[in-house]
Design a protein around this ligand. Structure first.
Ligand code: 6PG
Length: 331
């Protein structure tokens, strides 16, 4: 267990840190790798109630999970949906979920690899920076990554690194050389290649696990979704959705500004052990309705292309975000 650290000490120590551009770690303190098996205890098999019968079953659902404060749950295979009255409750449950996975992976293999997106997700991580998680999570074993990054300097307002640093990373004692950020001195193609090279190194030394299909397999991805259904910097109908021969690629015509970004490819996302898809607010309701509703169309949104090879996807939503689901799971 990490020793309690005062917030004053944290901000003094961490505000001055710079991430290693190549994320070159020593593997000497890692335990022998075991395959990252899924914790079946959190799974609920409710395929027959997804999502059309959710209303009738949902009162009994929360007790099926060993997590506090869920207001509703549905599950189908490797997907689950948790709905909260408020974003505040969502944030509290997301912190508990993350802390439990941190404990599990650190116990199993001595490290926890966590990927974050940009956007409103970072604000929803705020409870992790507070008691009890600030004191109880073994932050020294965390390794953090970005699912996508804008090709701008790290101190730029558009930088996902800056967003995560200001809202999360500067408040928790993760060792600076375990924060794997983009090399912002490079162009978009160069930065993507550099990030992929860093990931290959981390796979080679055992910090990041390799999936059965040969992609990096992160322990947890904490992702947001755009109102158009994009995830990472993978946008609807964009050719980047079809890239399978790269782990990290780049885009120069992102419909969401800024235009130049690097992004994990879909197979890397689909190789994750756990994915939390965090959606809050009415602005996400239409796309959540399409992604989780009963009407399936051929034109899949990027978020609908998440199909984990051997993992578990959990949606963390507030009431507003599920307001256009056919069976609105509000209590
Ligand atoms: C980015 C993000 C992006 C984001 C979604 C959701 O760099 O733009 O990584 O994928 O997560 O657009 O963002 P919001 O929650 O702010 O809508």
């Amino acid at each position: 267990m990490a020793a309690p650290v005062s917030s004053a000490a944290l901000s003094y120590g961490i505000l001055r840190r710079q991430p290693s551009p190549i994320c070159s770690f020593s593997a000497t303190f890692f335990l022998p790798l075991s395959s990252a098996t899924l914790d079946q205890s959190r799974r609920v098999s409710l395929s027959s109630v997804w999502p059309s019968q959710l209303r009738s079953r949902r009162r009994s659902l929360p007790s099926l999970l060993a997590m506090a404060s869920e207001k509703a749950l549905a599950s189908k295979g490797d997907q689950g949906l948790l709905v909260f009255d408020t974003e505040e409750e969502l944030s509290a449950s997301l912190a508990k979920y993350t802390a439990e996975l941190s404990e599990k992976f650190i116990r199993e293999r001595g490290a926890f690899t966590v990927v974050v997106s940009g956007g409103s997700l970072i604000k929803s991580l705020r409870k992790l920076t507070e008691s009890p998680y600030l004191e109880t999570i073994d932050w020294a074993k965390w390794h953090t990554f970005w699912v996508d990054e804008r090709v701008v300097p790290k101190d730029h307002e558009d930088s996902n690194y800056k967003l995560a640093f200001d809202g999360f990373l500067s408040k928790v004692p993760i060792p600076p050389d375990q924060v794997c950020a983009i090399n912002d001195a490079l162009s978009a193609p160069g930065a993507a290649e550099d990030y992929e090279t860093a990931l290959k190194h981390l796979v080679n030394i055992g910090v990041v696990v390799k999936s059965a299909s040969g992609y990096p397999r992160f322990d947890l991805m904490l992702l947001g979704m755009g109102p158009d259904g994009h995830i990472a910097s993978l946008f609807p109908n964009h050719p980047l959705l079809n890239v399978t021969d790269k782990w990290v690629t780049f885009i120069k015509d992102s419909p969401k500004p800024p235009p130049e970004r690097i992004t994990f490819t879909l197979p890397v996302i689909n190789s994750s052990s756990y994915v939390a898809m965090v959606v809050a607010g009415a602005g996400k309701a239409g796309v959540v309705g399409k992604a989780l509703g009963n009407e399936k169309t051929a034109d899949l949104l990027p978020v609908e292309m998440i199909s984990l090879e051997d993992g578990e996807l959990t949606w963390f939503a507030d009431n507003a975000a599920v307001s256009m689901l056919p069976d609105k799971p509000s209590l």
